[in-house]
Design a protein around this ligand. Structure first.
Ligand code: ADP
Ligand code: MG
Length: 489
């Protein structure tokens, strides 16, 4: 096992409060809850259980901090965000250990992907304040000069999931702050630790009290109170489609801007002319990275009939070689699932797959366990397009494989789900790559690769996968309001 850093030991031992107006405070109710280590099922740390009263205080603190933060000069805002990034870089190993322990993912992934991606994002957002700009317009009335200004919204809320807690937090903290807003962050109850540490580091970087507030707590209490808060101007949500709908309903009252990054059931399509060895390696990680708990997981694999048998036997062989274990064990490929509830859910889908006639090629249900929520890499074939495991997001290491014969057929089948987040295409025919990429219903299509991100590239879904684009300079559209100004000259 990787040795736990002393700074992580002491962080875990603390009784964590809520970060409200730059102060660490207990919940008004004094309630706390435990976050568990999913590799063992034991308590890892205790955090405050915020609810509506705490959300009220946090929103008030964010409101109070807003005018001064919105007035910070762009170059100064950039300096503060870069200083924040420097601190995250200094504490990268510690954050990665916290994430590995709290979420279960392999430490190497937490260090090289999770914290590294969050850091890259923050560096990108740190460059935004001096680049936010309006436009001038050639209006058809004589004697007018007309231009737009991009102005911050005010108090924003962020509700984030547990699968990539550090990245998801930064994907909202970064643009909210860079655009001059203040924020209340409600991290997932399963993984509150890195959000708390990010709150501490923001203060240490000199970001003023109240600009970033962190309220740990549960979704139906703290999360719902934040989404419906009358003073909230924007809510950025990443999570399930079901809760996304509840967020939209709350916005009917406060009319907050809403952006939603929800579930997926992404198709990865392998044509017979592709580099099949590389495609098999990509298909493997497209589904099994983060134990399948990935919004862009390539959970439906379409393989052209002509190469189907060989491709599948390579894939199954590689899946069987993956090591399942605790995230803090250095050779682990797949960590545990986040919780016992998630383990049961995924096992339920595996049983449903069998009941509906699919053929299990590897993996399958293991006995539910209270001491570590592991599920092995699982692959099904002979799955009907209408089967539950072909249509619903499982959010676990479960792959459904389908043979196909031609291009039009596979495009139609790939598009026949309500989700539209991501898709992948493997082919060495240039024209086919462009043709298929254009027709897939998805916010992102990867060709001869999968699961790549860059802070400069907009990301988001359509249909049941949500709307709005995070990342890229376009994220400014989610976190600012345009004002048109007419000057009679
Ligand atoms: P999952 O089922 O994978 O945990 P959720 O969509 O339930 O995904 O959770 C994502 C985030 O949404 C978490 O921070 C959770 O606390 C929050 N959440 C859950 N229910 C609600 C709700 N009714 N209102 C607001 N936030 C919620
Ligand atoms: Mg936990």
């Amino acid at each position: 096992m990787i040795k736990i850093l002393p700074s992580v030991e002491s962080f875990l031992a603390r009784q964590h409060g809520l970060l409200i107006g730059g102060q660490w405070q207990p919940a008004a109710s004094a309630a706390t809850f435990a976050t568990l280590n999913p590799a063992t099922g034991t308590e890892l740390a205790h955090v405050a259980e915020g609810d509506a009263a705490d959300v009220d205080r946090a929103v008030a603190a964010a409101q109070a901090a807003f005018p001064a933060w919105a007035a910070v000069l762009p170059a100064q805002c950039e300096r503060l965000l870069h200083r924040y990034a420097d601190l995250i870089e200094t504490h990268r190993e510690e954050l990665a250990q916290l994430e590995s322990l709290d979420n279960g993912k392999p430490f190497n992934v937490a260090y090289n992907v999770e914290v590294n991606v969050a850091l890259g994002q923050l560096r990108f957002y740190a460059g935004m304040p001096t680049r936010l700009k309006g436009e001038t317009y050639p209006v058809s009335s004589p004697g007018y000069h007309v231009y737009t200004r991009r102005e911050p919204l005010g108090v924003c809320g962020a509700i984030t999931p547990w699968n990539y807690s550090t990245v998801m937090a930064m994907q909202k903290i970064g643009p909210a702050l860079a655009c001059g807003n203040t924020l209340v962050l409600k991290p997932a109850e399963q993984t509150p630790l890195t959000a708390l540490r990010l709150g501490e580091l923001a203060l240490e970087a000199g970001i003023p009290p109240g600009v970033l507030n962190v309220v740990t707590g549960f979704g139906h209490t703290a999360g719902a109170a934040l989404a419906r808060h009358p003073h909230l101007r924007k809510i950025g949500f990443t999570g399930s489609t079901e809760v996304g709908r509840a967020i939209v309903r709350s916005s009917a009252e406060n009319l907050a801007h809403v952006s939603l990054e929800l579930g997926g059931k992404s198709a990865l399509i392998i044509f017979d002319d592709a580099d099949l060895d590389a495609a098999a390696e990509t298909a493997l990680w497209a589904i099994f990275a983060n134990s399948g708990q990935n919004c862009v997981a390539g959970s439906r694999l379409f393989v052209q009939q002509t190469v189907y048998d060989n491709f599948l036997s390579t894939l199954v062989g590689r899946a069987q070689a993956l090591r399942v274990g605790p995230g803090m064990q250095p050779d682990t490929d797949l960590g545990p699932l986040i919780s016992q509830a998630q383990q049961r859910r995924v096992q339920g889908y595996i049983e449903r797959g069998l009941d509906e006639g699919a053929r299990l090629l590897t993996g399958g249900a293991t006995a539910p366990s209270a001491d570590g929520y592991f599920v092995p890499p699982t692959i099904f074939e002979h799955v009907a397009d209408t089967a539950t495991i072909a249509r619903e997001e499982i959010f676990g290491p479960v792959l459904a494989v389908f043979p196909f014969s031609d291009e039009d057929e596979v495009i139609a089948r790939a598009n026949a789900v309500p989700f539209g987040l991501a898709a992948g295409v493997w082919t060495n025919q240039l024209a086919r790559a462009h043709r298929v990429a254009a027709q897939l219903h998805a916010g992102v299509v990867w060709v001869n690769t999968y699961d790549w991100f860059d802070p400069a590239v907009p990301f988001g879904g359509r249909g049941a996968s949500g709307h709005g684009r995070e990342l890229g300079m376009q994220v400014a559209e989610l976190y600012t309001e345009l004002k048109g100004i007419w000057i009679k000259v």
